[in-house]
Write a protein that binds this ligand. Structure first.
Ligand SMILES: [Zn+2]
Length: 275
């Protein structure tokens, strides 16, 4: 999948080059200047911004959702990217400016709309080898939501997972349940519990507490505990996760890649089903 990069507008390339140069001189005055700096706005699915240094060329790709952003926001994003690239502490002011911008209502709406247009889901369907999510959803909807929950697309994930067993994607109104659970050894109450958890995400949506995005609010957790087999299902998932997660081998730091890519994800997808 490759979208053509869009040419810059509003801010000129020279303006952007100047911003990059200033941050580079501020953050890494002794680093060798790149031969060239290429800056483009790019139609990413989300508000992603990336930077990489390859063969002496610095490539900066900014989400095209920032194309109309104020200069202060572009400046902050460039500051964040360069700090990450040079492994310096990210200036707090940059983080604050960028966060405030991406959390503003128009930008949140635009991001959702873009994800709907550009993103896509790999749907494998509600009917697994062992469990069919469709009737489970309807039963839970009747039992806990008085049948009021708008039916989402329901699907099993393509891959097995170890820690995350469910995910609700609001942009596509889709619940994905981990294929790991589509197994005769997994009790029905566990599948139900994970699906119930994701259904609660539909009901509760996202709230902001002290400026932080919060999906598992006190009200959410309170309602989650109302699930009939809450304790037993939680314990079961916990044990499953522990049995699947072997300690990772420590990785060698010696081999650093020739290029480094840094991604600044503005809208982190919130999903979970806690084991
Ligand atoms: Zn959750």
């Amino acid at each position: 999948m490759a979208y053509p990069a869009r040419p810059l507008h509003r801010l000129t390339d020279a303006d952007l080059q100047q911003i990059v140069t200033r941050w580079r001189e501020d953050l890494a005055p002794r680093a060798k200047p790149p031969h060239a700096v290429e800056i483009t706005f790019y139609p990413y699915v989300g508000i992603n911004n990336t930077i990489r240094l390859r063969d002496g060329v610095m490539q900066v790709r900014l989400s095209d959702m920032l194309a109309d952003a104020p200069l202060s926001v572009i400046d902050a994003v460039v500051g964040i990217l360069l700090a990450r690239l040079f492994r310096k502490p990210v200036p707090e002011q940059c983080t604050a400016v960028f966060r405030a911008y991406v959390r503003s209502r128009p930008v949140v709406r635009l991001a959702e709309q873009r994800r709907r247009e550009r993103g896509f889901k790999l749907i494998s369907g509600a009917r697994g080898r062992c469990y069919d999510l469709e009737p489970i959803f309807h039963r839970l909807n009747q039992q806990y939501f008085a049948g009021q929950l708008l039916r989402p697309a329901l699907t099993w994930s393509r891959r097995r997972t170890r820690r995350t067993f469910g995910h609700y994607d609001a942009a596509h109104h889709t619940i994905v349940i981990s294929q790991t659970l589509d197994d005769p050894q997994v009790p029905p109450m566990v599948v139900e519990y994970v699906l119930y958890h994701e259904m609660l995400h539909i009901k509760h949506g996202v709230t902001h507490v002290n400026g932080r995005r919060c999906v598992h609010t006190a009200a959410f957790q309170e309602e989650e505990r109302q699930f009939e087999h809450y304790e037993a299902a939680s314990r079961w998932l916990c044990a499953l996760s522990e049995s699947l997660c072997v300690p990772r081998r420590s990785c060698s730091q010696a081999k650093l890649p020739a290029s480094s890519t840094v991604r600044e994800k503005a809208s982190k997808r919130e999903y979970k089903s806690h084991p």
